[in-house]
Design a protein around this ligand. Structure first.
Ligand code: HSE
Length: 310
């Protein structure tokens, strides 16, 4: 029986522009690692938090990874406990699914230590408990892709259904992270509660068009429907230079460009041959607004969280 495993969970782009709280995809370049050890004491404790961590709480109930494993341990009524070491690779408050990454890596590692491992949908629910600690609400648009890999749609919260959506071959995601932080709670708090009927119709059409374009390899449909008319207009003022970054990406050949999760990271999708030019335009536009960046070009259809050392 295993007693010590390490799991890796990738960063994620939530919302993907038009699917607020329900759509997300993985980014292979970066991620969090959690090492978990089975211990005799019936408790969950965090031994260390390293990497690009900043100040994160080590009390398990206040930490996304700690809370997720606590939820799992309590639900299963386990007689033993877990000690964890968290290695953050996803920048905090970046809009790249850092809280989901740690929670998912932790439950995937814990699952490998169970005598009878659980199916991923069970793990999703535990990881969502961790997400509540970070953002104040239960949404799975980071957690589901982080767990399953690729572009993922989640329908429902109490009994979520998860669907992996195919992505046309040869597409890349360009991710540009400006060196600033945005708290998810704040970025959610500014959103209006109501939506006009016209915006509702456009957003529904765009989400349906985007997903059907993915299924049918129709890049023109993806380009035409890659337009968030509800959330992006409300949040874009939180990101200096957003309009110029988006303009740069689109002029360089992107299919679409929007805010990754709650921001401030901005992402774009493009065909592989335009990806470098899109990245260059986005990085330059942020620099014009005084913001240094980290940036990556990633495949979209890739792996979810997994055990990397046992
Ligand atoms: N869908 C969420 C949001 C992602 O945009 O607020 C952040 O966790």
């Amino acid at each position: 029986m295993l007693i010590d495993v390490t799991a890796f969970a990738p960063a994620t782009v939530a919302n993907v522009g038009i699917g607020f709280d329900i759509l997300g995809h993985t980014v292979e370049a970066i991620g969090d690692r959690v090492r978990l050890r089975r211990i005799e004491e019936p408790t969950v404790r965090i031994a260390s938090i390293g990497g690009i961590a900043g100040a994160l709480p080590v009390e398990p109930e206040r930490n996304t990874a700690g809370r997720a494993v606590q939820a799992m341990r309590d639900d299963l009524g386990l007689a033993y406990g877990f000690e964890m070491e968290i290695e953050k690779g996803i920048p905090l408050a970046s809009g790249l699914g850092g809280s989901a990454g740690s929670a998912v890596a932790a439950v995937v590692a814990a699952n490998a230590l169970l005598s009878e491992p659980l199916p991923p949908l069970r793990l999703l629910k535990y990881a969502m408990q961790g997400e509540i600690v970070a953002s104040g609400s239960a949404h799975a648009d980071n957690i589901a892709p982080c767990l399953f890999g690729g572009l993922v749609l989640t329908v429902g919260i109490d009994h979520p259904r998860v669907k992996r959506i195919p992505v046309p071959a040869g597409l890349r995601c360009i991710i540009v992270h400006p060196h600033m932080r945005l708290d998810t709670r704040d970025a959610r708090a500014i959103l209006k509660a109501d939506v006009s009927r016209s915006d509702f119709v456009w957003q529904s059409a765009n989400l349906a068009g985007f997903i059907s374009g993915c299924y049918s390899d129709d890049l023109e449909m993806i380009r035409d429907s890659f337009n968030d008319v509800i959330i992006e207009p409300q949040r874009s003022s939180l990101i200096p230079g957003f309009a110029a970054v988006k303009r740069g990406a689109m002029s360089a050949g992107a299919l679409g460009c929007s805010i990754s999760g709650a921001g401030p990271t901005v992402f774009a999708w493009s065909e592989i041959q335009y990806a470098e030019a899109v990245r260059g335009a986005m990085v330059a536009a942020f620099a014009d607004h005084g913001l240094a960046t980290d940036h990556w070009i990633s495949t979209i259809e890739n792996y979810g969280a997994r055990v990397v050392r046992a």
